[in-house]
Design a protein around this ligand. Structure first.
Ligand SMILES: *Cc1c(COP(=O)(O)O)cnc(C)c1O
Length: 386
């Protein structure tokens, strides 16, 4: 019997989630209303941050963070090439210039030494990414930021629920972004959020999310009457709806359970692969706990008679929804127009050539896990260098 297709990631939706959304559909508010505020409070409490501002998606949230950080024309922002394009695009939206710094070949996260090398007078911020859910070296990143008067916007799209030195990711950087896309840990359909402990940044984020408009009397230049509001910045309509927030509020209750199941699956994969010298299993952070968004294996191609591409095709033929995270951003055609070249970030490029993302999501069954592990092992056995 053929095993059914297993995607690399997938949402978990139960009856409580469905009920929560239906309840909002019957209420007065569909767009940003009381449920968005409840969701923001729950996320802020969960990550132990003072404030949270929900956005229509994670990319919009990153854009908001770049605005709040004061990124403008010509400002440089340092990020990793081993990420989704959104981590760099948000800088371009503000007229800034994304600067890449290569990764640490062991952790796959941005290398603080490389960050230091790329700081110039124009550098305004750093956008580190917790790749796969492994927290980035925030001690070093925050130190570099402090020494150079930079803001840190942590792209933690993979890392809600991760901890670093006993602090929750979301409470450490100046601003932290989480995404609620369906493949991420919890979902709102589309959605994102910024958490921060800084009131000034918080107020800018709130205003930016809704056209740059404020009605807050303490922020107005004058008052012409009770109807009066001011548009003080160029903002956008990046609001989250109460429908989305209802789903998020119902999902976050289950987040710890989801992460626990993800950890279990990782343990099972690691056990299955522990005796294989042909592949490298994911890095385990000594200073923190990953939230395990992705299970990325690295092939030792010198020990195999097939390459990553052939390995990928074989897994897909076995109906395993393997994926590759990520094509380094600087290699995208659009970024090549800015003069980035192959060879600029050798660690990221070398990693890209050898990685595969295996399925990892809470509703995977033990039978699914065994099927994936057995298929990977069978391919290796068939194609190992004798
Ligand atoms: C998912 C993701 C984003 C953007 O999230 P959206 O909610 O899809 O806009 C940004 N950065 C990384 C690393 C991501 O994985």
């Amino acid at each position: 019997m053929k095993h059914p297709f297993i995607p690399y990631g997938r949402q978990s939706i139960d009856e409580d989630d469905i009920e929560a959304v239906i309840e909002v559909l019957k209420s007065d508010y569909l767009t940003t209303g009381p449920t968005v505020e409840i969701f923001e409070k729950k996320v802020a409490d969960y990550v132990e941050a003072k404030y949270a501002v929900a956005f229509s998606n994670g990319t919009a949230a990153l854009h908001g963070a770049c605005f709040a950080a004061g990124i403008g024309n010509g400002d440089e922002v340092i990020t990793t090439p081993m990420t989704f394009v959104a981590s760099a695009n948000c800088v371009l939206y503000q007229g800034g210039k994304p600067i890449f710094a290569d990764i640490d070949p062991e952790t796959y996260n941005i290398d603080p030494h490389e960050v230091r090398k790329r700081i110039t007078k124009k550098t305004k911020a750093i956008i580190p990414v917790d790749f796969t859910g492994q927290p980035v070296n925030m001690n070093e990143i925050m130190k570099i930021a402090k020494e150079n008067n930079l803001l840190v916007i942590e792209d933690a799209a993979h890392a809600i629920g991760a901890t670093y030195n006993d602090s929750k990711v979301g409470s450490i950087a100046d601003m932290t972004m989480f995404s609620f896309h369906p493949v991420k840990h919890i979902t709102t359909g589309e959605g994102g959020i910024i958490t921060t402990n800084n009131k000034v940044l918080y107020e800018k984020l709130i205003q930016f999310r809704s056209h740059g408009i404020t009605r807050d009397r303490s922020l107005l230049n004058k008052s012409e009457g009770p109807w009066y509001y001011e548009m003080q910045y160029l903002g956008y309509n990046y609001r989250m709806t109460d429908i989305q927030a209802a789903l998020g509020t119902s999902q976050i209750v289950k987040l710890d359970q989801f992460i626990e199941r993800r950890r279990d699956i990782v343990k099972q994969y690691n056990n299955e692969f522990s005796s294989l010298k042909e592949l490298i299993t994911p890095f385990q952070h000594p200073d923190g706990n990953s939230s395990w968004h992705l299970y990325v294996i690295k092939l030792k191609e010198e020990l195999l008679t097939i390459d990553r591409k052939q390995f990928f095709i074989k897994l897909r033929k076995a109906r395993i929804g393997v994926n590759v995270h990520y094509i380094p951003v600087h290699l995208q055609p659009y970024y090549q127009e800015f003069g980035h070249q192959k060879g600029d970030y050798p660690h990221a490029e070398k990693l890209y050539d050898r990685i595969l993302t295996l399925p990892l999501f809470p509703e995977m069954t033990d039978v699914d896990i065994q099927y994936v592990a057995d298929t990977v092992k069978a391919i290796i056995n068939e194609h190992k260098v004798k």
